[in-house]
Design a protein around this ligand. Structure first.
Ligand code: NAP
Length: 488
């Protein structure tokens, strides 16, 4: 690089001087039709970003004092004449009332910011409808995914992405530049046919969370019923004891760790199944079945729900000694022991079991918190791929192993005590161990050098039955190349 090149800043504003075709985004006049909440917030943000703003209202005199003094509030037709880019901050139902402006709108860019009240409410999207009413204008869909509140509070305090689509590339670029100057991140969603999808986005309720939430609720219901039978129904039927008081805290608190533990193992199970499939077919290019694809895509949400249940379990457990029932039972035991003149109630094995059980539980919760924090986009974006994979994959697996130790120390020798089999039902913790132990065993098998090596080759493009040149890192981290034929 020459000295002259090095003197130039790497990043800087693109100069538009001397280029008559390009108007600098900031500084240009932007029109806003409508004077409602969205129009007001938009005008404030545009003014703060250095644009001249002209607002078109049906009643400018009454609305002028609602806008910053730097914005001009005038009649709709007047506003439209003064600018080439106009944000239509009016509900779809009122688009037809703007038809009187058709002549002055010819050749202008209209930004459709509208949303609907229901998913796929109309046959055609609002933006397409607006384009059909004003065929002499260029319509761009955008800004509908940001709320009036986000616009006012600034892009730093809300969703930064602005999804944009249009059939006209130039108009789309102009609106994207405006969004960028306002501090947003424009995302090109392609042509106008994407408008419907963009309009549906603000109406979707946690789309990525539906399956994980139903999974968590399903597991909770199953384990809750199982625990209810063991802890409440069994003593009632067999000993005629009323243990209903256990439902709000004890039964819930024995259910939550089961859900959390199984959910954590379900984060790693699809990876194991994917590896099995790759090993079996000897290729990474074969598509996984849809259900496995979906499962792999939802691992983050499943992991976060596992953390949520674990956190609730920790809070519930801390609250256990606060309960009246606990105090009564404690006093009852103390009185019994006094009556029996038992002085030494210290059971060394029980003491150790409890110490280890709580300690590993705290470590597991700590690791789960770390996994949850690093899955937040702002944190995940600051990690490189190796760091992210180390936390999510290695530390996540360690969390699963430690959670298994937590479960085993909880159970201790109870699995071998026949009194624990209520209605012949084994203790709940023995059931929860099934999936996690399968995952742990599979992971251990996959880490055996012969299998790990084969899996690594497959993941680098090697295929069974094909003669390919491959390059693999050696144990020392150096790359060695070689040629291999099919079934090596
Ligand atoms: P709003 O407060 O009800 O304002 C709508 C404005 O439309 C009115 O102030 C009115 O201004 C104007 N308008 C023009 N012709 C009209 C007519 N015939 N009848 C009634 N009003 C007419 O609604 P808003 O919350 O600002 O929403 C405006 C648009 O932005 C909607 O399409 C909405 O989906 C979209 N949006 C809003 C938000 C948000 O957070 N609010 C977020 C994303 C998208 P004049 O009386 O001055 O003409």
């Amino acid at each position: 690089m020459s000295r002259r090149d090095m003197a130039k800043p790497l990043l800087g504003h693109r100069s538009t001087e001397g280029d008559p075709g390009i108007t600098p985004a900031a500084g240009r006049t932007i029109g806003v039709l409508g004077s409602g909440d969205f129009a007001r917030s938009l005008a404030i943000r545009l003014v703060c970003s250095g644009f001249k703003v002209v607002v078109g209202s049906r009643n400018p005199k009454r609305k002028a004092n609602l806008f910053p003094s730097a914005a001009e509030v005038t009649f709709q037709a007047e506003a439209v004449k003064k600018t080439d880019v106009i944000f239509v901050a009016v509900f779809r139902e009122h688009y037809s009332t703007l038809c009187d402006l058709a002549d002055v709108l010819v050749g202008k860019i209209l930004v459709d910011v509208s949303n609907n009240t229901e998913i796929n409410h109309h046959k055609e999207s609002n933006a397409e409808y607006l384009a059909s009413l004003f065929p002499a204008c260029t319509v761009v869909k955008g800004f509908n995914v940001v709320s009036a509140w986000t616009l006012q509070s600034g892009a730093r305090d809300g969703n930064k992405q602005v999804l944009i689509c249009s059939n006209n590339q130039e108009a789309k670029r102009t609106v994207a530049e405006i969004a960028q100057v306002m501090g947003f991140t424009p995302v090109d969603m392609g042509c106008m046919s994407s408008a419907c999808e963009i309009e549906n986005i603000p109406l979707r309720l946690l789309p990525a969370w539906k399956i994980p939430i139903f999974l968590a609720l399903g597991l909770f219901l199953c384990f809750f019923t199982y625990n209810l039978i063991r802890q409440v129904i069994h003593p009632y039927i067999r000993e005629n004891k009323n243990k209903l008081y256990k439902i709000p805290i004890e039964v819930v608190n024995t259910t939550l760790p089961c859900v959390s533990y199984v959910m954590l193992s379900l984060v790693y199970l699809p990876g194991v199944l994917a590896a099995c499939s790759q090993l079996y077919y000897g290729t990474k290019y074969r598509r996984f079945p849809d259900w496995l694809d979906q499962w792999l895509l939802h691992r983050k949400q499943i992991g976060l729900l596992s953390f949520f249940c674990a956190a609730l379990h920790a809070v519930y457990s801390l609250c256990l000694p606060m309960r009246r029932s606990h105090r009564y039972l404690l006093i009852e035991t103390a009185v019994k022991q006094a009556v029996e003149k038992k002085m030494n109630i210290w059971v060394e094995e029980e003491v150790w079991r409890m110490e280890i059980y709580i300690s590993v539980g705290i470590i597991a919760l700590g690791l789960l918190s770390l996994l949850a924090i690093t899955s937040l986009p702002s944190i995940a974006n600051s990690l490189n791929w190796r760091e992210f994979s180390f936390v999510q994959s290695t530390l996540g697996f360690i969390a699963l192993v430690i959670s298994t130790l937590h479960t085993l120390t909880y159970g201790w020798s109870r699995a071998f005590d026949e009194n624990q089999y209520k209605f012949y039902l084994p203790p709940t913790y023995t059931l929860t161990l099934l999936v996690p132990c399968t995952v742990i065993i599979a992971k251990v098998i996959f880490s055996l050098p012969c299998i790990q090596h084969r899996l690594m080759r497959i993941r680098r493009g090697w295929e069974k039955g094909r003669y390919v040149k491959f390059v693999l890192p050696s144990a020392t981290g150096e790359y060695s190349s070689g040629e291999t034929s099919s079934n090596v």
